[in-house]
Design a protein around this ligand. Structure first.
Ligand SMILES: [Zn+2]
Length: 249
């Protein structure tokens, strides 16, 4: 399994960086986790138009889905130059939300015309791009939000999307080979109530509780330092994820 960090910015962009977007590759098939502003352009640095098989969205904050809108316009105007229709996985109820957005931004069915929209249920695995994806509900202010646990049967990656502190994070990342964890804050006290993000220390605590083998911090403002000895995601980063530990450990 391979991870390609397409965009690693927090809710505002770091310089020369896109918002959230992570490609998981396995057996030549590719799944995009989140699609924030800047991600589509970055994907187009790699191929004329993205040929990812599926996209899965953690939640509807703009920095995690915004580039689905220009993706629609590109699909319309580039007609015939690549008619791929990626699956677009959103949580149950997300299809209606996309229709509502479509009615305001273009056409009610603009997303349905471009993507094969599918809905996932909390804590219920679905298959996308040949991978099994388990959506785990996480706390993120008052917005419905999920983290994804992605496995190809031998290797497992866990991705928080955005989350406040919760014991569920350790469940999401339990014994994973790579844990991609957000670390937006300088300190937990800097957050709102209810909580919606993690400090680097809180991300480290969640990682320790999970037993995951490796940790990759992301969604980190460039204004804040990363703790020493911890990998920090950057746009264009590519990691081969090798199983280092049996999941049953
Ligand atoms: Zn968010």
């Amino acid at each position: 399994m391979r991870l390609v960090v397409i965009g690693s910015s927090p809710a505002w962009p770091n310089a020369r960086s896109a918002h959230s977007g992570y490609v998981v590759e396995s057996d030549g098939r590719r799944l995009l986790l989140d699609c924030g502003p800047g991600v589509l352009g970055r994907l187009r640095e790699r191929e004329a138009w993205p040929t990812v098989e599926a996209i899965a969205i953690t939640h509807f904050h703009l920095d995690h889905w915004g580039d689905l809108v220009p993706w629609v316009w590109g699909s319309f105007y580039r007609r015939g130059q690549g008619d791929e229709r990626p699956e677009l996985w959103v949580y149950r109820g997300g299809r209606a939300f996309l229709e509502e957005l479509g009615a305001r931004l273009g056409f009610p069915d603009m997303f349905e015309r471009t993507f094969d929209v599918a809905e996932y249920d909390a804590e219920t695995p679905f298959r996308a791009a040949g991978l099994e994806v388990l959506p785990v509900r996480l706390p993120h202010y008052r917005l419905e939000t999920y983290g994804f646990r992605v496995t190809n049967g031998t290797t497992t990656l866990a991705y928080t999307g955005d989350t406040g502190p919760s014991e569920r994070i350790a469940e999401l990342a339990r014994d994973a080979d790579l844990f991609v964890c957000e670390a937006t804050l300088e300190t937990g006290e800097a957050d709102g109530e209810p909580r919606g993000h993690l400090s680097a220390d809180e991300a480290l605590e969640a990682h320790a509780a999970s037993g995951a083998h490796s940790l990759l911090l992301t969604h980190r403002p460039s204004e804040l330092p990363a703790p020493e000895g911890v990998m920090l995601a950057y746009d264009g980063m590519e990691l081969d994820i090798v199983p280092n530990r049996l999941a049953t450990g």
